[in-house]
Design a protein around this ligand. Structure first.
Ligand SMILES: Cc1cc2nc3c(=O)[nH]c(=O)nc-3n(C[C@H](O)[C@H](O)[C@H](O)COP(=O)(O)OP(=O)(O)OC[C@H]3O[C@@H](n4cnc5c(N)ncnc54)[C@H](O)[C@@H]3O)c2cc1C
Length: 445
């Protein structure tokens, strides 16, 4: 075992201990040991997470294997990755009973309680990482030396060599990065477009319900068994069991495309009554109406996204996860994409070629590989979401044929995972780093 070196090659500050920030600290710790010192800043007084269920895609599982967390994740999953039954999509806007629209078996992904994933990541935090709770970053300044001064809401400051914004959709790091960019890099009239998230016109109701409560009123309810997407015009309900099947995660969406891009008035997240969740689904099949009868303490989320950014890094600052590409949940991919960012970036920083002088080259390699793909996922996720809530009306002459065509389109969209995975992305990023540093040093790579 190698002894920790006394002087780390540089210090990294990670702002935000969500899934992306934690995964980055774990990756750096695993591949750089004590060669990189990590400060992880989190605004809350504990590492927690919003929402209940999370789907871990096959691509994300590859990252999880690389980080030696596969066994832990398998144990925490509602069903082990090998026995998941895939996802059933139903046409559910039918009072008497819906019908199965299609089934997606490929890429059957495990799902679990979010907090379990966060707890596992936290348990894998390296000893080179110092966690600072109750530290809300407000902005940062660049110094002539290249290092950065971090400013926090409690008026304290800290210095770092490199800053990673893993601070979610309302990222302070993204805000400072774009507000301080040179005018020749980004058109000043577009700065607000990059800084401010945009409302999709969709409201999302999130809750978990006890499986026992549902089985008492409807023992054969489909939601008790597996992953179901109940679809209707402008509305859908996604449900799947979590916590070893004792709870059911429910995500109900009400979409209004006309409102996309308009400002959302009011709080983005608020507690609402069960009646507010039940009301839009009165024309849905009985399984949905019974499921929603069991709703307890639901919250309503105004679904926002980050507009497509022209860059995710500048000098010694980079963005990962929702701070960079918060997306709609239709591919259940946002956290997975945050982990892929973290894995590729973490490996690059740990690379022997990534010295303090070469950090901008490492960040550029990260951006070149990850930004186009994460933005592709975000775009296609949103497009798929629109298709899911737009089945043709049954009274149309060609309804069945149109439904088949739509099904094929959705199935094609759901193949997004087939592209090169995070390990392939990392190798590509490493090649870019080698090329770029080779040129910088005047050597042929
Ligand atoms: C309804 C819904 C369902 C979803 N389902 C899935 C799914 O099944 N699978 C999936 O992969 N993804 C899913 N997602 C997406 C996923 O939740 C996000 O993409 C993921 O949580 C992003 O992780 P993150 O670490 O980038 O950001 P966040 O989870 O937002 O974490 C950011 C962290 O930074 C902290 N922070 C914020 N500002 C500051 C600051 N100024 N200073 C210090 N700390 C700060 C926050 O407290 C938080 O801990 C879903 C999203 C929604 C809305």
């Amino acid at each position: 075992m190698s002894l920790p070196s006394c002087t780390p090659k540089f210090r990294v500050a990670i702002c935000g201990a969500g899934i992306g920030g934690l995964a980055l600290a774990v990756t750096i710790g695993k591949f750089a040991g004590h060669d990189i010192h990590i400060d992880l800043y989190e605004t809350h007084d504990a590492i927690t997470t919003a929402g209940a269920g999370i789907v871990v895609s096959q691509r994300t599982l590859e990252v999880i294997k690389e980080l030696d967390m596969y066994e832990d994740i398998s144990r925490a999953s509602t069903k082990p990755p090998s026995s998941s039954q895939g996802t059933t999509y139903r046409r559910s806007n039918a009072l008497q009973g819906g019908v199965e629209w299609f089934h997606m078996m490929k890429h059957a992904s495990p799902y679990m309680h979010r907090q379990h994933l966060v707890d596992i990541l936290r348990q894998h935090l390296p000893s080179s990482c110092r966690l600072h709770l109750k530290k809300r970053l407000t902005r940062y300044d660049k110094q002539l030396s290249g290092s950065l001064i971090l400013h926090f809401a409690d008026d304290s400051t800290a210095t770092t060599d490199l800053l990673i914004g893993a601070d979610g959709i309302r990222s302070s790091v993204r805000k400072t990065l774009f507000e301080t960019l040179n005018r020749d890099v980004v058109d000043p009239s577009k700065i607000r477009h990059y800084v401010d998230p945009s409302w999709t016109g969709t409201l999302v109701y999130r809750t978990v319900i006890p499986a026992k409560k549902l089985s008492e009123i409807d023992p054969n309810n489909l939601a008790l068994k597996d992953f179901i997407v109940f679809c209707g015009k402008g509305k859908s309900v996604v449900s799947y069991p979590v916590s070893q099947g004792t709870m059911i995660n429910v995500v109900a969406l009400v979409a209004d495309e006309q409102k996309a891009g308009t400002p959302f008035e009011g709080h983005w997240v608020s507690d609402v009554s069960p009646e507010e969740v039940q009301e839009p689904y009165q024309d849905f099949e009985p399984d949905v109406r019974n499921l929603l009868k069991c709703v307890e303490n639901p919250s309503r989320w105004a679904l926002h996204v980050v507009n497509e950014l022209p860059l995710s890094t500048c000098d010694r600052v980079a963005l990962i996860g929702d701070a960079c590409h918060a997306m709609t949940p239709n591919f259940a991919a946002g956290a997975g994409q945050a982990m892929e960012d973290a894995f590729v970036l973490g490996r690059l920083l740990a690379h022997p070629l990534a010295t303090l002088d070469n950090v901008p080259a490492a960040l550029k390699a990260y951006q070149d590989v990850r930004l186009p793909f994460s933005q592709f996922v975000a775009r296609e996720s949103r497009r798929t979401g629109r298709m899911i809530v737009d089945p043709p009306s049954t009274d149309r002459e060609n309804a069945q044929a149109e439904l088949e065509i739509l099904k094929e389109k959705i199935l094609a969209q759901l193949q997004w995972e087939d592209k090169d995975d995070a390990v392939g992305e990392w190798l590509e990023a490493e090649r870019k780093l080698q090329e770029s540093v080779g040129v910088t040093n005047g050597q042929t790579s």
